[in-house]
Design a protein around this ligand. Structure first.
Ligand code: FAD
Length: 305
């Protein structure tokens, strides 16, 4: 069965079963060897075939593709603790990490939902089903509106920047902010990023660095193994406030709370040069941040999805 290459232009993260010809997201069809039976053989063959499509060493993502692996992950996923832990970024996060499999059709939304409901019943599965529904919602909008998703859906609720070049420190994951650099590094090397970390990075790029949201969206789409036009583009619009009633921003307290490791008590702020130099751009109340970023405060509402 032909497989869509999991990384549409990224530098070093890719998945695959290496068993057949691959179609790459550059509009280029490649005739790849069909006798590769494992990842060890597939990696160098793919690296050679895709030379010029990535930079840096051709290190395969640790994420293994395919339906069999997707089903195994679904079976061990514990949806019971999902609602309580899904916003935690770190080893205790209860997220499923099934998005690459869902994105590439290795698992369908109905079977993912049915599996969890059969184990826990509807009442304990609600939060997870809601997240599956977000995916479906974005897909329906994309089906209806097509390429229009790349234009602002609504007028932004705050002034947005229009910087169109990706800054070097972002491309190198060297902003000097640990809560940006570690997630960016993870994105570049594995092709996966936790939802909350995606929100932090997107908010930083749009509202602090004043990048056009499309630049950030392109960066994510390039590296994410679950990179999806609808989920990605519309999530970036949600953060920007062109598809929501207000921009998404976060403060340092939010990062510390949701990145705290239970054993060590360490957070993404532990050892951060900016925190030590007292130059953390996320320090302060939401009101203070809003004034600093937008010159005014926003109506009080739920900030996290
Ligand atoms: C800036 C930004 C960019 C994003 N880009 C993508 C993308 O390109 N592709 C993508 O699949 N998701 C994207 N998301 C949504 C979400 O971050 C990922 O789906 C989720 O992190 C995948 O991890 P998981 O499988 O562990 O999710 P879980 O929390 O276990 O959720 C189960 C499934 O529900 C779906 N889902 C969960 N949250 C969302 C959401 N907020 N929106 C849409 N679907 C969701 C996914 O298919 C996911 O696999 C983006 C979010 C943000 C904030």
């Amino acid at each position: 069965m032909p497989t869509t290459f999991g990384c549409s232009g990224g530098k070093s993260s890719f998945i695959g079963n290496g068993q057949c010809g691959w179609v790459v997201g550059f509009g280029v069809e490649l005739d790849l060897p069909s006798d590769l039976t494992n990842r060890e053989k597939a990696a160098p063959a793919l690296a050679q075939a895709l030379a010029g499509c990535f930079v840096g060493p051709p290190i395969p993502s640790p994420i293994v593709g395919g339906r069999r692996t997707g089903l195994q992950k679904l079976r061990v996923f514990n949806a019971q603790s999902y609602a309580a832990t899904r916003n935690e970024v770190g080893e205790h996060s209860g997220v499923s990490q099934l998005s690459p499999y869902i994105r590439h059709g290795c698992l369908t939304l109905p079977e993912a939902k049915a599996h969890v409901v059969s184990q826990l019943g509807v009442a304990h599965s609600v939060k997870w089903i809601q997240e599956l529904a977000w995916r479906q919602f974005w897909q329906l909008l994309y089906t209806r509106d097509g390429e229009k998703i790349y234009d602002n859906y609504e007028e932004p609720k705050v002034p947005l920047g229009c910087q169109s070049a990706l800054p070097d420190d972002i491309a190198a994951a060297q902003t000097g902010l640990r809560c940006m650099d570690l997630p960016l590094e993870q994105l570049y090397t594995t092709g996966y990023l936790h939802n909350h970390a995606r929100m932090w990075v997107a908010s930083y790029l749009i509202h602090h660095r004043k990048l056009d949201w499309r630049v950030g969206a392109r960066l994510f789409h390039t590296f994410l193994l679950d990179g999806d036009p609808a989920s990605n583009t519309l999530s970036w619009q949600w953060i920007a406030s062109t598809f929501s009633s207000k921009p998404y921003i976060f403060n340092r307290e939010n990062v510390e709370r949701f990145s705290r490791e239970r054993d060590s008590g360490e957070t993404l702020c532990t050892g951060c040069p900016a925190a030590q130099a007292k130059s953390c751009p996320f320090e302060g109340s939401y009101e203070a941040l809003e004034r600093r970023l937008f010159g005014s405060t926003q109506p009080r509402e739920r900030r996290r999805r």
